[in-house]
Design a protein around this ligand. Structure first.
Ligand code: ADP
Ligand code: ADP
Length: 228
């Protein structure tokens, strides 16, 4: 589903953030990316939907080379949902409007088609009672669940999570991980950068360990955690 082949990334300041990284994410897999701060996890994740460009190498999504000049990158991005550490909700829109915005603006779908879908997804993440609230009226865990719902409303083929629980108070981490576990058991393809080792152990099909821009380990959680 996603194949990264030998990718290198230099930032404009010269920082060599990714060094010959190759990895394959198969359909339906949950791949967790771990490693020390500054090891390139977030950069790697962001190259998968071209929030960051790569310097050399190839990224192929569903057989389509993301860097070929003929590729419609906006179309490809619609198939890849992303959830950030800091939610990135629109503060002047209520929960329902936040979730409906992308399908209406980006995919030009009609409100009457999008609203039932948005309500269904909000129900799934446990926020049906919150649809009229504004982000400022929600807890961090609720905001992050709205952010997940917003990404799901585009009906993506794959979901990318960049430290989705790192900005949360500890008591709110569980409710967000529960939603992610539910998604995983529904068969969603997911790539998750996280420090939550319990989640990695319990939910991941594979663990990628990065250090200093290199992908050092690509293994099952059983083998990674139990054979140090
Ligand atoms: P991680 O997610 O593992 O903490 P990052 O991918 O954020 O790592 O960062 C990898 C390296 O790239 C770090 O050395 C970081 O300082 C550097 N880096 C990240 N973003 C930028 C940027 N926009 N410009 C320059 N260097 C960056
Ligand atoms: P994370 O590990 O979650 O990526 P960071 O603290 O490394 O968080 O980075 C936060 C933001 O700062 C990111 O948008 C990253 O691209 C940017 N950044 C990180 N390092 C640098 C750098 N050396 N120069 C410029 N921007 C950077």
């Amino acid at each position: 589903m996603i194949v990264a082949k030998n990718i290198d990334k230099y930032y404009p300041n010269g920082c060599h953030a990714l060094k010959a990284v190759s990895a394959t994410i198969n359909r339906g897999e949950v791949v967790v990316v771990i490693g020390p701060s500054g090891s390139g996890k977030s950069t790697f994740l962001r190259t998968l939907n071209q929030l960051e460009t790569i310097t050399t190498g190839e990224i192929i999504v569903d057989g389509i080379n993301m860097y070929a000049s003929s590729t419609n990158i906006n179309k490809l991005r619609e198939e890849v949902g992303m959830v950030f550490q800091n939610f990135n909700l629109f503060p002047h829109m209520n929960v329902l409007e936040n979730v409906m915005l992308a399908p209406m603006k980006v995919s030009k779908r009609k409100r009457e088609d999008v609203e039932p879908l948005a309500r269904k997804i909000l129900c799934k993440v446990g926020l049906e009672a919150r649809i009229d609230n504004y982000p400022s009226q929600l807890s961090g865990g609720q905001m992050q669940r709205v952010a997940i719902a917003r990404a799901l409303a585009m009906e993506p083929d794959v979901m990318l999570f960049d430290e989705p629980t790192s900005a949360l108070d500890p008591e709110m981490v569980g409710e967000v991980l529960e939603v992610m576990k539910q998604l995983a058991s529904d068969g969603m393809t997911m790539v998750v950068v996280t420090h939550e080792m319990g989640f990695a152990r319990e939910v991941a099909d594979r663990v990628l360990f990065m250090e200093d821009g290199q992908l050092l380990v690509d293994d099952t959680p059983e083998s990674f955690f139990d054979n140090p």
